[in-house]
Write a protein that binds this ligand. Structure first.
Ligand code: HAX
Length: 438
């Protein structure tokens, strides 16, 4: 058994044992309440599942095992000569709760390179889709098509014992994460570079290999960006739609391939991950409409107001949990300030940050008028030549796999059951209100 797996087994079985005791002693302790507003309001704030890799605070934003993004930028291991963290290090942290050494992160790079082979039928499945199929549709189909490789599914059909579920899920997690950059790069090159594919380089780390297979630029800063990008998008506690969907599907004992594919379908919605493409689309349309790549703050304000007047949302702004600017937005802004000089599109994002929150506040209903993670990412990608915005959510998805799959290992190790919340009819709810008022 490899060291990461052994350590994970020790830590997760200790917590599973502790939780068993907690449930026995305190299983009836009330940890929250449900209001009518939450039943009709998308379950905001409803405490409903444990999630080990990360936790989200409305004010200070995401913490991965207690570490904020600025701390991770400082503390996680880095590729030689780079300032940005290796996503391998974050995966190790999310899985074990420990910041790894450089050697431990490097072991993960090598292990994922070793497991990276993608079955030929997955490429054939992508090829079979008609031109114009959205890259996220291609991505979810490709992930589901790799289910033929699932160790969980194979061992389950052979009669695997419940106590071994975690082991098979760990193997699927490692294999699936390893394969994603190749699949995702294949989709990019097929759609936007005449199918001229670039071979993987197993000597590179996970993010750098993905960056070189995309082939958008030789600028080494793009590899740094990808390391940062794939780190900060990895997890956002368990309640967000892609994480929760992955967890829900996985709770039926669907394997990691089917569960992640389900999660990616959720990420593909414009209120969630697809917002990163919508932001740049919105910016491009504004630029075209105004006839300048350097709109003034007043012009952006007017254009944003017109968007709202048409009954549309401003993409990249607002959040269901956060109530301050998203630290993932800030991390990208810090990156852009350091690495990018004279980019009109980055300037547009920064000017938007100065004027859009005031407009949203003015609506009087938006709970969070601040930019989220998706407000910034596209402008940086455009700067490095990755201009095909329909692809952006795939990048997000490759990263999100790290968190949701680390969490799925914990779910299996803890023996979390099938998810099955309760729904009620509106008549039932009206009756409860009537009874309370009687
Ligand atoms: N522009 C215009 N109106 C907005 C808005 C925005 N950016 N954000 C919220 N609102 C509106 C809502 O549509 C809602 O209006 P109605 O009552 O008329 O339906 C009202 O303000 C209250 O919404 P809320 O409670 O503040 O926000 P929700 O928790 O319901 O929704 C969303 C959160 C992220 C979906 C929302 O802010 C939104 O639509 N933002 C734009 C899309 C976006 O950027 N999504 C990405 C979010 C981050 C993420 O998941 N990334 O992957």
């Amino acid at each position: 058994m490899d060291t990461l797996k052994q350590k994970f087994f020790e830590k997760s079985s200790a917590l599973a044992k502790e939780v068993k005791g907690l449930l026995k002693e305190h299983g009836d302790t009330v940890v929250g309440e449900v209001k009518l507003r939450q039943v009709y309001g998308g379950m905001r704030g409803l405490i409903s599942m444990p999630w080990e890799p990360s936790a989200l605070d409305p004010i200070e934003g995401i913490r991965f095992r207690g570490y904020s993004i600025p701390q991770l930028r400082e503390l996680l291991p880095k590729a030689p000569g780079d300032k940005e963290p290796l996503p391998e290090g974050l995966f190790h942290l999310m899985l074990l709760g420990e910041i790894p050494t450089y050697e431990e992160a490097k072991w993960l790079s090598e292990e994922w390179a070793r497991r990276a082979e993608v079955p030929a039928h997955t490429f054939a499945a992508i090829e079979a889709l008609p031109n114009g199929t959205h890259p996220m549709t291609q991505f979810t189909i490709a992930i589901a098509s790799m289910q033929t490789e699932s160790i969980f599914s194979k061992r389950y059909s052979e009669g695997m014992s419940k106590k071994d579920y975690w082991d098979a899920t760990y193997e699927d997690t490692m294999n699936l994460i390893a394969k994603l950059p190749r699949v995702a790069a294949y989709i990019y090159r097929k759609n936007y570079h005449n199918g001229e594919h670039i071979a993987p380089d197993p000597s590179l780390d996970w993010a750098a290999n993905y960056a070189q297979m995309l082939g958008v630029t030789d600028n080494p800063d793009f590899k740094s960006l990808m390391r940062l990008y794939l780190t900060i998008h990895a997890d956002h506690e368990g309640g967000n739609a892609s994480a929760h969907a992955t967890h829900l599907v996985g709770s039926t004992l669907s394997d990691s391939y089917l569960a992640l594919s389900g999660g990616m379908n959720a990420l593909a919605g414009p209120l969630h991950g697809l917002a990163n493409q919508e932001v740049i689309k919105w910016v491009y349309e504004m630029i075209e409409n105004l006839g300048t790549t350097k709109p003034t703050k007043d012009q952006i304000r007017t254009y944003a107001q017109a968007t709202l007047d048409k009954g549309k949302v401003i993409p990249g702004y607002g959040h269901s949990v956060l109530r301050e600017p998203d630290p993932r937005f800030t991390a990208q802004r810090v990156f852009a300030q350091e690495y990018i000089k004279d980019s009109d599109i980055v300037e547009v994002v920064w000017k938007g940050f100065d004027v859009i929150p005031e407009i949203l506040k003015g609506l009087g209903k938006v709970k969070n008028p601040w930019p989220n993670v998706d407000a910034h990412s596209g402008a940086i990608l455009v700067h490095y030549g990755l201009t095909e915005f329909s692809y952006y959510t795939v990048l997000f998805g490759v990263s999100r796999a790290l968190g949701v799959l680390a969490a799925s290992c914990w779910s299996r190790a803890m023996g979390l059951p099938l998810e099955r919340p309760k729904s009620v009819t509106s008549d039932w709810l009206k009756q409860v209100i009537a009874d309370k008022n009687a």
